[in-house]
Write a protein that binds this ligand. Sequence first.
Ligand SMILES: Cc1cc2nc3c(=O)[nH]c(=O)nc-3n(C[C@H](O)[C@H](O)[C@H](O)COP(=O)(O)OP(=O)(O)OC[C@H]3O[C@@H](n4cnc5c(N)ncnc54)[C@H](O)[C@@H]3O)c2cc1C
Length: 410
Amino acid sequence: MSERVDADVVVAGGGLTGLSLACALASARLSVVLVDRVDPATATAPSYDGRTTAVAAGSQHILEAIGVWPVVAAAACPINDIRISDGPSPLFLHFDHREVGDEPMGYIVENRHLREALLQRANALDGLAIRAPARIVETRQQTGTVVAALDDGSQLSGRLIAGCDGRNSNLRRWAGIPVATWRYPQTSIVCTAVHARPHRNIAHERFLPGGPFAILPMNDDAEGRHRSSIVWTENERLVPGLLALDDRAFAEVLAEQFGDFMGDVDVAGPRWSHPLGLLHAARYTGDRLALLGDAAHVIHPIAGQGLNLGWRDVAVLAEVIVDAKRLGLDIGKRSVLSRYERWRRFDNTTLAMATDIFNRLFSNDIGPVRLARDLGLAAVQRLPGMRQLFMRHAMGMVGELPRLVRGEPL
Ligand SMILES: Cc1cc2nc3c(=O)[nH]c(=O)nc-3n(C[C@H](O)[C@H](O)[C@H](O)COP(=O)(O)OP(=O)(O)OC[C@H]3O[C@@H](n4cnc5c(N)ncnc54)[C@H](O)[C@@H]3O)c2cc1C
């Protein structure tokens, strides 16, 4: 027998997935230790991550159910409509949230606000301890437990370890789980634009030959300036030149891509860049191990769904574990973990493939392909049933929904 168990679950990685899982489990009265190599003060600094996240309606339900949304709400900008266009083509696709109900299709939230809210909730929960900065350097099995060794020489043991340690997951590697992976010849530039006229809560995605150019509605800043988050995906060869431009020259190029439909446009604050790739783990589980979020799957940001998949992983794993615990079962058992794997694989695989196909179809300037996709956009625009199905997918409200996505407690 193992000599001690520090927690029901050790969460490896305190990114947005790991923090959400830790909050979900501790809200359901499981004991959790979360480990991250980055100091929380560093991870919440404005310079750490300049991205925003499009939080789908289903993910908002999860954050509400685990007590995080009340803190996030003030910083969240509703997305009521989505407008998709193909370069200069006059054909477009418009999704209006009123076609599927009253609630917004989702919200744009700055990642640093999500992190702050999750940390605030985590610190308020009994039974949840955070060890950061600390790095997990090894894991090993003991009878009935898994033990994680930290770089400060200490050890943590749990019935289960959750690998939320991102795309280069060590836990995945140590478990010998292979991945399917490839690079896209694209990099996303992320920055904040300020514009003269309000965005009216419409998210725009314009497909350009290098990749999608997304204009995502944000709340006005403290000075009342109208803001949008930009995710500009470009051919990776052009990106170093764009990043090297001085602020004024970059703002001019950006304003050209943006267009003048919101009046004068400028750039506020720094630019970030993210090289893009796809990754999918061959298995999400191992001995007393479950992989979640980017440790299990990384997808193209074309549809703003990567973390939403991670949140659905959280909702399903938390439900599976809580159900097992209530039945008095060992939560690290294979049969418990395989329920998680079976439930999540189809959704993750489908979205990884769909985003890959959309990116290949739209990120080029080949005449016949352009014609076919423009006709496709126009056809979907004329088919309300099809439009509503796309919207429900984007909102994360399709398939067998776990309790947290339905807004129910665990
Ligand atoms: C440009 C861009 C835009 C995006 N926009 C959206 C969007 O609008 N909507 C959406 O849903 N998704 C979006 N995504 C995807 C989303 O950002 C990611 O899916 C998400 O951030 C992954 O979070 P994670 O917690 O799984 O992984 P990570 O953020 O990588 O976190 C992993 C954590 O593990 C820690 N760690 C790693 N190894 C160890 C170790 N050995 N010991 C201790 N700690 C360790 C790290 O410090 C880190 O904190 C976007 C992605 C990009 C690139």
